[in-house]
Design a binder for this molecule. Structure first.
Ligand SMILES: Cc1cc2nc3c(=O)[nH]c(=O)nc-3n(C[C@H](O)[C@H](O)[C@H](O)COP(=O)(O)OP(=O)(O)OC[C@H]3O[C@@H](n4cnc5c(N)ncnc54)[C@H](O)[C@@H]3O)c2cc1C
Length: 259
């Protein structure tokens, strides 16, 4: 039985920023998501500076000429819609169906997840909940239960395949068997999911799922995700701190929450 011990986070895609050829303005950030969010914010007041090439409302507000200062102010005044232009796509692997059940509650993210109706799960792995110590009695209970469910899955799959053998479509035959057998798989069954989100949606996710009250596995995912997003766009995610609590739990905190 394959056991997954931590989530794997892979950055699949980021944006390209092309700029507007007719507007004479450049961001001092070379991060596309950051430049784009700044451009979008500046467009609201046409605050690209006097040389931008159009009439009226063109002043630069002093102290907000750079990308970092500009986006700091956006976070501070909670002008969050500007952040929606910056987008990243991730592949999450080694996560449980329990985790993705919580993940997909976030309605501003977009998802494509491995189908248990289409894919044969006879060799599916299981995600070890962080609270369970390997080798402990609790681990033995967990491992035995996962093994048993996998065995029962394979048995039921074979029985339903036999039951629906008159079904003329091979695809439907497989689906009917797999969709029935999967009912025996536990929340710990491993899954894979592609998730696309804008900076505002990712920030909300990090705040909810990186908090002290969040479930341990999804909090671990949030910490990994934050490390990548912070590396990608420090002006959009650099306000987050990872704080270790007295009980050793690492949680995500910021003074610019709820943007
Ligand atoms: C610690 C913890 C425990 C939880 N426990 C439970 C539980 O026991 N049972 C349960 O069912 N869920 C539970 N949840 C899930 C929670 O209720 C939310 O569904 C989930 O966190 C998604 O966040 P969100 O509702 O803020 O919405 P998101 O979909 O992430 O949207 C972000 C924001 O957009 C706005 N928004 C989105 N959709 C709408 C809308 N239709 N109308 C108005 N505003 C909208 C809201 O401001 C929202 O905060 C829990 C979450 C956490 C973090």
């Amino acid at each position: 039985m394959h056991i997954f011990r931590e989530p794997k986070v892979t950055l699949l895609a980021r944006q390209e920023y092309l700029g507007a050829p007719d507007i004479n303005w450049e961001s001092d950030s070379d991060v596309p998501g950051q430049s784009l969010a700044e451009f979008a914010g500046r467009l609201c007041y046409l605050s690209f500076g006097p040389d931008a090439g159009f009439e009226g409302g063109h002043k630069l507000i002093s102290g907000r000429t750079g990308n970092k200062q500009y986006l700091d102010n956006i976070l501070n005044v909670k002008h969050g819609s500007v952040l929606e232009h910056a987008v990243w796509t991730f592949l999450f692997e080694g996560v449980s169906r329990a985790l993705t059940h919580e993940l997909v509650r976030h309605r501003h993210l977009s998802y494509s997840q491995l189908s248990q109706r289409y894919v044969d799960e006879s060799d599916v792995g299981f995600v070890l909940p962080p609270e369970i110590e390997e080798g402990s009695p609790a681990f033995e209970v967990w491992r035995r239960s996962c093994e048993r469910s996998l065995e029962d899955y394979r048995t039921l799959l074979a029985q339903i395949e036999e039951q629906v053998e008159d079904e003329p479509s091979a695809t439907l035959r497989r689906k009917r068997a797999r969709q029935t057998a999967r009912s025996l798989l536990p929340n710990a069954a491993e899954t894979k999911i592609v998730v696309t989100g804008n900076a505002r949606a990712w920030r909300h996710f990090l705040e909810m799922r990186g908090s002290a009250s969040a479930e341990a596995e999804i909090r671990a995912l949030s910490l990994k995700l934050l490390a990548v997003l912070n590396g990608e766009a420090p002006h959009l995610f650099g306000d987050y701190r990872v704080v270790r609590q007295e009980n050793g739990t690492a949680v995500i905190e910021t003074e610019f929450g709820g943007v």
